[in-house]
Design a protein around this ligand. Structure first.
Ligand SMILES: *Cc1c(COP(=O)(O)O)cnc(C)c1O
Ligand SMILES: [Zn+2]
Length: 396
């Protein structure tokens, strides 16, 4: 029996294209980055996708996973569309904070509803599902925390193995979470960049597939679904500004890709939100590069912040993040840890929502963005609450 009308639908993915040199790679082979070292994107036959994907057909499709728009997702067979119920997270109007700041249209996309408590489950759901379809059984990942927990969950679901390398000072519950989900967890001295080096070596040594941020093409496809959902939740008209706590940048880059695909499908027009990056003042490589007008960010030395997901000193997709911020006429801003903590508490006490530090950072940035005229009071603004505050009890 077919429950939802996409179940017999195949992906229309046709090829992988390098975002840097433009080289084309086979979408049916195992690829990570391009031979030039940069990020690969999945390309779809959008004319073909249009034949079955429209506003009407979406009405009969499941909302409780990321496979709703199966035509523009990378998995070909329905049996490989694994799910733990990720996606279709609520868009909550922040009425109390909105009225304090005199903003009439302030929304939170609350990603804490995802499995394992963060939006990382979207990306790892897509990456693991596609990798399993390609026959992969062992995964390796360097992570600040949440990506490791998400990989662990999808590895358990798909009977594959997760090998996780994370900083020894990652949030303690998230370490417990990954272990409890059955992963092989190694704690590393230093940052995610140090974990990345060890993960890379171990991965090559043992033939484990490395699902580091944007170092394979499919996590971005999972994160892209945040953009697909926003369009649909706002009845096919995008908000004026999206404020996003940026680490590796998968979400920013993925949502921008989603918007372009939706426009080609005829589902939205050319209007785009201002994409706004928020980072921590003590780890702000993208903000610095944006302000200096550079196309690439420098490695950030001595990165340190309570927002573990933002403690990313170098991002492979720096050039894509910076291009998106500029094309969208957005901006980049940093906030200090104290301001983030205050925002966590305000959101809890004023709105009843306990977000992790990364998500609260977007609210911490709001007043500054209003002051420097990056956003205006009557605009429709979406802040991304990327993770739950419940997985970091020590932060409270
Ligand atoms: C990973 C992470 C981020 C950063 O996400 P990117 O899309 O890689 O920039 C933000 N918030 C949380 C809670 C995270 O786990
Ligand atoms: Zn290339």
């Amino acid at each position: 029996m077919t429950l939802f009308d996409y179940e017999n639908t195949s992906s229309t993915a046709i090829q992988l294209r390098c975002t840097n040199c433009g080289d084309i790679h086979n979408v049916h082979a195992k690829h990570r980055t391009c031979s030039c070292g940069k990020v690969l994107f999945v390309e779809y036959d959008l004319e073909k996708a249009k034949e079955t994907l429209d506003k009407q057909s979406l009405k009969s499709r499941n909302r409780f996973n990321i496979w709703r728009m199966a035509e523009i997702m990378p998995v070909f067979k329905d049996k490989f569309r694994f799910s733990l119920g990720e996606g279709w997270t609520p868009l909550v109007k922040l009425e109390n904070i909105g009225s304090r700041l005199k903003l009439n249209n302030l929304y939170l996309k609350d990603e804490s509803f995802n499995p394992t408590g963060s939006f990382k489950s979207r990306g790892l759901c897509a990456a693991v599902s596609r990798a399993v379809e390609l026959g992969i059984k062992d995964f390796v990942i360097p992570t600040a925390g949440n990506a490791g927990a998400a990989l662990s969950a999808y590895a358990a679901k798909t009977n594959t193995n997760a090998h996780i390398f994370m900083p020894e000072d990652a949030p303690p519950f998230i370490i417990t979470e990954a272990k409890s989900l059955g992963a092989d967890v190694t704690l590393v001295k230093g940052l995610i960049s140090d974990a990345g080096k060890i993960a890379r070596e171990k991965g090559l040594e043992n033939d484990w597939f490395d699902v580091s941020t944007l170092k394979e093409p499919y996590r971005a496809e999972g994160k892209k679904t945040m953009g697909l959902e926003l369009a649909e939740q706002f009845d096919w008209s995008l908000p004026d500004a999206i404020i996003y706590p940026t680490g590796g940048g998968t979400g920013i880059v993925g949502m921008w890709k989603a918007f372009n695909e939706l426009e080609e499908l005829g589902l939205i027009d050319e209007k785009r939100p201002k994409m706004i990056t928020v980072q921590s003042s003590t780890c702000a490589p993208i903000v610095k590069a944006f302000e200096e007008g550079k196309d690439h960010a420098e490695f950030w030395e001595n990165a340190e912040t309570i927002a573990a997901g933002l403690r990313v000193p170098a991002a492979i997709a720096d050039y894509l993040i910076l291009e998106t911020l500029r094309k969208s006429k957005g901006t980049a801003i940093d906030v200090d840890d104290l301001t983030i903590k205050i925002a966590m508490s305000q959101l809890a006490k004023e709105e009843g929502i306990m977000l992790s530090a990364e998500g609260a950072a977007t609210l911490a940035a709001l007043e500054m963005l209003l002051e420097n005229d990056s956003i205006e009071k009557d605009e429709k603004i979406v802040v991304f609450g990327t993770g739950s505050g419940l997985t970091t009890p020590e932060a409270w």
